[in-house]
Design a protein around this ligand. Structure first.
Ligand SMILES: Cc1cc2nc3c(=O)[nH]c(=O)nc-3n(C[C@H](O)[C@H](O)[C@H](O)COP(=O)(O)O)c2cc1C
Length: 162
């Protein structure tokens, strides 16, 4: 079974966990990169990010070098922005017609996951979403979250015979 971890990360938390999950699951990994994204900081970051969520923006993405059709199992990760998944993933779901895959979803947040995982699930309704996980305060509790990610992967392998 071919496995792919797909993620967007603005500040590195989701990236770190994606790398751990990919490594432990022996999966390939794909980062979704919006074109010309400026790494804003502080208040501006929340203003810009929040606005782009509320406006349902779809930022243009850098081309990807992987053929998603080749994979049977996808693990898709996002940070939570304003209670939902990030605009980069909105573009991704719109552009790549993901169908008939086994999917696990995860998000990273600071205590308010909102409807992120439910909303992602609705975008992927032509697939079999078989598991979800959220990770809290990753940068403050790196070791704890690494352990949770490793345990989640073990559970996935065991329950789904991967
Ligand atoms: C624009 C913006 C909006 C955010 N909104 C939320 C939120 O609604 N709930 C929450 O718990 N954390 C929120 N956060 C915090 C991030 O979800 C959290 O820090 C996440 O782990 C960042 O992942 P990353 O490092 O991969 O970018 C927000 C962060 C940004 C930049």
């Amino acid at each position: 079974m071919k496995k792919l971890v797909i993620y967007y990360s603005f500040e590195g938390n989701t990236k770190l966990l994606s790398q751990i999950i990919a490594q432990n699951l022996d999966a390939d990994i794909l980062e979704i990169n919006p074109k010309d994204e400026v790494k804003r900081k502080g208040f501006m970051k929340y203003l810009w990010g929040g606005k782009s969520v509320f406006m349902k923006e779809k930022p243009e993405l850098e081309p990807i070098s992987i053929d998603i059709d080749e994979y049977d199992l996808l693990i898709i990760g996002t940070p939570v922005w304003a209670g939902t998944f990030t605009p980069a993933l909105r573009t991704f779901f719109d552009k790549y017609d993901i169908k008939n895959k086994k999917i696990f979803l995860f998000c990273t947040h600071n205590g308010g996951p909102g409807k992120t995982l439910e909303n992602m699930k609705s975008e992927l309704d032509m697939n079999n979403v078989i598991g979800v996980k959220d990770f809290v305060n990753v940068s403050k509790n790196i070791e704890v979250n690494k352990n949770i990610a490793e345990k989640w992967v073990e559970e996935i392998k065991y329950k789904h015979n991967i």
